[in-house]
Write a protein that binds this ligand. Structure first.
Ligand code: FAD
Length: 159
């Protein structure tokens, strides 16, 4: 099967956008990801899928911990920074939450300890046991068909 067809089909699944963060030897690393899902309520588990070639992959294997920040509609730049989509360097000031670096002003920050790693082709699924959560009001940044969207523009394109 053609890779492009697979990618295009997956792009038809509208998602939110997250930034995954972790810390190794006091150095903070971030990566944009939309392969995030809630897995279980009891116990509270979430899952992220990280490409094996991403630097984040080995960082999480080392730290055994990660945080997920669910981005709001005014945080597209954060997503672009952590997806390597911006040419210029951009210094990000991380907030500390539950002793983890997180993106401030996100809709939610979720801290996790890795409890299971599942080898999945060119990605690894990191299942995280949730250790703490903080949330705030706002609208989500969306990703659909390879483009950033917001609820406003998505809604207006439907009518
Ligand atoms: P790098 O290439 O080292 O880091 C990525 C960028 O983050 C670099 O520009 C770097 O400068 C910046 N950065 C890292 N740490 C810091 C810091 N402390 N301060 C400031 N800047 C920093 N890939 C997946 O594996 N899984 C997914 O679910 C996924 N979903 C995606 C969803 C979207 C909407 C997009 C746009 C991309 C997605 N990607 C996903 C691709 C992924 O974000 C990129 O491949 C990413 O560049 C890989 O990062 P890396 O770990 O190799 O780290």
């Amino acid at each position: 099967m053609d890779d492009r067809l697979f990618r295009n089909a997956m792009g038809k699944f509208a998602t939110g956008v997250t930034v995954i963060t972790t810390e190794v030897d006091d150095e903070v690393y971030g990566m944009t990801a939309n392969a995030f899902m809630s897995v279980s309520l009891d116990p509270k588990l979430v899952l992220i899928s990280v490409g094996k070639k991403a630097k984040m992959h080995d960082r999480i294997k080392q730290s055994k911990t990660y945080a997920v920040s669910l981005l709001s509609d005014h945080q597209q730049k954060m997503s672009m920074v952590f997806a390597g989509q911006l040419k210029e360097d951009y210094e990000v000031i991380f907030e500390r939450f539950n002793n983890m670096p997180v993106i401030e002003d996100a809709l939610a920050n979720i801290t996790c300890d890795v409890c299971k790693e599942v080898d999945a082709g060119d990605h690894t699924l990191f299942i995280g046991a949730v250790t703490d959560i903080q949330i705030q009001d706002g609208e989500p940044l969306l990703f659909f068909d390879g483009k950033y969207r917001d609820i406003q523009s998505s809604t207006s394109s439907l009518v």
